[in-house]
Design a protein around this ligand. Sequence first.
Ligand code: SAH
Length: 231
Amino acid sequence: MWSVRVFTLYPEIFPGPLSKGLYGKALEKKIWSLEAVNIRDFADDKHKTVDDKTFGGGSGMLLRPDVLAKSIDKNTNKGERIFYLSPKGKKFDQRMAKELSKEKTINLICGHFEGIDERVIDSRGIEEISIGDYILSGGETASIVVIDAVLRLLPKVLGNDMSKNEESFENELLEYPQYTKPQIWEKKSVPEVLLSGDHAKIKDWRLSQSEDITRRRRPDLWKKYLKKDKK
Ligand code: SAH
């Protein structure tokens, strides 16, 4: 079973959208599990304070290191990787999703306000993950993105391994266009080659479509793809 522990001020958000459809079924079947730890439960004072002003001035509040560290120490086990969702982190991608899908348990810390005290990151060996170059109000939605990307890679969750291997970002290429019934819709037919039944030809067509769309839309991926091809 793959498991994820999420540290948050809003545990009620989880599993949220991850409880629907195939992910929900996989959750019931215990193919994966999620535990939401409420950081506030580890605050010591009677007001359950979790944040405070930043030293050196500036607007906004930071999560206190003592409260956050206590929640981590009381809930994680030795050897488990701990990640903080953070705009300063390493950019999350399909490769990282694959890497995380191979861990037994991962821990995700959701920041709020201005973020968290830097000292916890160092003292607890926390790795930082960013889901993109924009600022969210909290790490919860980012966590859901990360978990979603990992879940579809777990064996037995989606059931169809083929569909995963041909998706965007596999082999550094974006996906080719896809079509379903009706064969003619609003006077437009689907590409002839897909009706030919010639699997080799279809494969070639799809690859050339993938190459074309990647070259036009994502020069960064295209460069990687060309490099890979030469190896
Ligand atoms: N002051 C911080 C931003 C804080 S945003 C900075 O400038 O870097 C509040 C919280 O939202 C963060 O602690 C983080 O957990 C989450 N967050 C915001 N943007 C994110 C992103 N792009 N990726 C992952 N987490 C993000």
